[in-house]
Design a binder for this molecule. Structure first.
Ligand code: BTN
Length: 273
């Protein structure tokens, strides 16, 4: 079922109808404007009145006004950005720790397929980078109501690349699909394939976690690089050694290997000429 709210775009309706008729999604809420598509999905989940037969459910909007990013950051979407969230059954416990990585792999695979021979990199856990900047970010959220659902929020810079910053943190270089590809990309031509790519990779994860891990490792931006990460209140530096079987980031600090579960890691950029 497709519910449209406000003066939505024809291209968005067409993308949504395709996702429903191909049985990729079971229901879709499409808003012209929304504060945050993740909040829309979480509100449905929290209401307790959700119909799991209607999952995977897609929420998307033409204009997101209060997008949320990881670690309490704001996600700024310019016009032409793709902002959507998927509400679906939480994957099995054995693979749940790899879900964040799988979502990044799903987006990366789809972008590489659609815009071959362009390549993507994945910055742990799931930022998608192209040509030196972040093209897409992912925010996974869940609730504590006992309903086993998960919300996967995805923001893709399609036309423009807004600077991503938060107080006290250096801004991250941003990139856009149109800029990398070298021509204007219409966001709703990308939506169906990305949604399908994410859902397919989650299905692949349940079938073979090793395969999805391998695909992440092939694109891991931080592997072999000197990185900084937050350890409680301490900022630490080390050499990234990739990810382990649970998707944790491996960092060599001195002669010890640290396993990082969550948080943020960034490349240490050389300041010397
Ligand atoms: C990040 O890189 O910090 C994650 C960004 C996630 C942004 C998307 S846009 C659609 C969905 N709704 C939100 O409020 N956030 C996510």
């Amino acid at each position: 079922m497709l519910n449209a709210f406000g003066d939505v775009e024809v291209a968005g309706i067409q993308a949504a109808e395709g996702l429903l008729s191909d049985d990729v999604c079971r229901s879709i809420d499409y808003h012209h404007q929304a504060a945050s598509t993740n909040t829309l999905a979480l509100d449905d989940l929290r209401s307790g009145k959700v119909d799991r037969e209607a999952w995977p459910k897609l929420y998307f909007c033409d204009a997101q006004t209060s997008g949320r990013g990881r670690h309490g950051r704001t996600w700024i979407s310019t016009s032409g950005a793709l902002t959507f969230s998927l509400l679906l059954n939480r994957p099995d416990a054995e693979v749940i720790t790899l879900l964040p990585l799988a979502v990044g792999v799903g987006i990366a695979r789809c972008v590489e397929f659609d815009f071959a021979p362009l390549q993507t990199k994945l910055k742990w856990p799931n930022d998608v980078h192209m040509d030196g900047g972040k093209v897409a970010g992912v925010l996974l959220e869940t609730n504590q109501t006992g309903i086993q659902g998960v919300v996967i929020g995805v923001g893709i810079n399609v036309a423009d690349a807004p600077e991503l910053s938060s107080p006290g943190v250096a801004s991250q270089p941003a990139q856009s699909l149109s800029r990398v590809v070298g021509r204007d990309i219409q966001r709703y031509t990308v939506l169906p394939a990305v949604v399908q790519g994410i859902l397919q990779t989650i299905a692949d994860l349940q079938a073979s976690r090793a395969d999805v891990l391998d695909q992440f490792r092939q694109r891991c931006l931080l592997s072999g690089q000197k990185i900084q990460y937050q350890d409680g209140t301490m900022q630490r530096e080390g050499l990234c050694q990739g990810v382990d079987e649970e998707g944790r980031l491996l960092v060599k600090v001195g002669d010890q290997i640290q396993r990082i579960n969550s948080g943020e890691a960034r490349l240490v950029r050389s300041t010397s000429p």
